[in-house]
Design a protein around this ligand. Structure first.
Ligand code: GDP
Length: 326
């Protein structure tokens, strides 16, 4: 691996070559340190070509219609002349080796669209590690000219917060009825939302979808908006019929316009970079700590003693910190 290989990669990616883009992402996801090192350099090299896309996080419980929505919204956007990349952060794949979001056939129309690029979630590492790879992949896609990036995730653990922290606009999909709306509020995902879209507003479901939307509107009313100066709209739509997709896109465009003119768009990205730097650093320091030869066997014992109430958490931290020379 040398600089000229990276120059070649960079040129091909900027010219929109999909095969090279896919190969470069494979380097990002590689377990080999030299591959990842090469990928970091490539991303650094391509930074001036990144940042122009709108980055949209999409979340919702399994079955809400994420794939159907992304397939339909993505196709709507490529028909309007956009280039759309679909990425995923799927923490389940790191635990079980299987991915909820990985299967390209879930988005059949988009998978066959040459203005779209679909990449399943990286499948190894911690949530932070997976998100780091998706972030770098996002930058490569931007350099390759994709101007709409959709980052999909499911409501498991911290993944929604993580994806909201790497995107400009966080779209939360909900189902009509079934108590789902209250569940969502409990999970706190509503607090992250820049928009709530109630799917499956078709056939017999229309009324229920509208009721759910009214409840979300009421709930949002009492929450602090996720993004400054923006009141998250709540709409109903159908990924199946396509009704309401244009309204979703219009809201995203409105958000971008208002956030850009207020300076909030760039500010949010700057803040995300800084938060990101610290979270990567924390993760690395913790990994070093956990792998420390002096602590490796002692840490589980300390944890047990703390759990059993035999050692106070404060003293445990003292011991660990002094073993690390802190
Ligand atoms: P995901 O698990 O969130 O990715 O959900 P899917 O996109 O796989 O959709 C789950 C099920 O809901 C599938 O059977 C879809 O056909 C169905 N579905 C998705 N969107 C709609 C919609 O707008 N209306 C109706 N009636 N069904 C939908």
């Amino acid at each position: 691996m040398n600089a000229s290989t990276n120059d070649h990669y960079a040129e091909a990616i900027i010219s929109g070559d999909r095969a090279t883009l896919a190969r470069a992402i494979t380097l990002i996801e590689s377990r080999r340190a030299d591959h990842r090192q090469q990928a970091h350099q490539l991303v650094q090299h391509l930074l001036p070509y990144t940042g122009k896309a709108i980055r949209i996080g999409v979340t919702g419980s399994p079955g809400v219609g994420k794939s159907t929505t992304i397939d339909a919204l993505g196709s709507y956007l490529t028909a309007k002349g956009h280039k759309v990349a679909v990425l995923a952060v799927d923490p389940s794949s790191t635990r079980t080796g299987g991915s909820i979001l990985g299967d390209k056939t879930r988005m059949a129309r988009l998978a066959a669209d040459d203005k779209a690029f679909i990449r399943p979630s990286p499948s190894s590492g911690t949530l932070g590690g997976v998100a780091a790879k998706t972030r770098e992949t996002m930058l490569l896609c931007e350099a390759a000219g994709y101007d709409v990036i959709l980052v999909e995730t499911v409501g498991i653990g911290q993944s929604e917060t993580t994806v909201a922290g790497m995107t400009d606009f966080f779209l939360v999909l909900m189902l009509p009825g079934a108590g789902d709306e209250l569940q969502g509020i409990k999970k706190g995902v509503v607090e992250l939302a820049d928009m709530i879209a109630v799917n499956k507003a078709d056939g017999d479901n229309i009324k229920r979808a509208q009721q759910a939307a009214a409840e979300y509107r009421a709930a949002l009313h009492i929450l602090k908006p996720a993004s400054d100066g923006w009141s998250p709209p709540v709409i109903t739509y159908s990924a199946l019929t396509g009704d309401g997709l244009a309204a979703i896109w219009q809201s995203i465009c409105d958000y971008r316009q208002s956030a850009e003119s207020a300076g909030a768009f760039a500010e949010k990205r700057r803040a995300q970079q800084v938060t990101w730097m610290w979270s990567m650093l924390e993760e690395r320091l913790l990994a070093k700590l956990r792998a420390d030869p002096a602590l490796k066997t002692r840490l589980p014992q300390i944890e047990k003693q703390v759990a059993a109430g035999k050692l106070s958490a404060v003293l445990a931290v003292e011991e660990i910190a002094s073993a690390m020379g802190l």
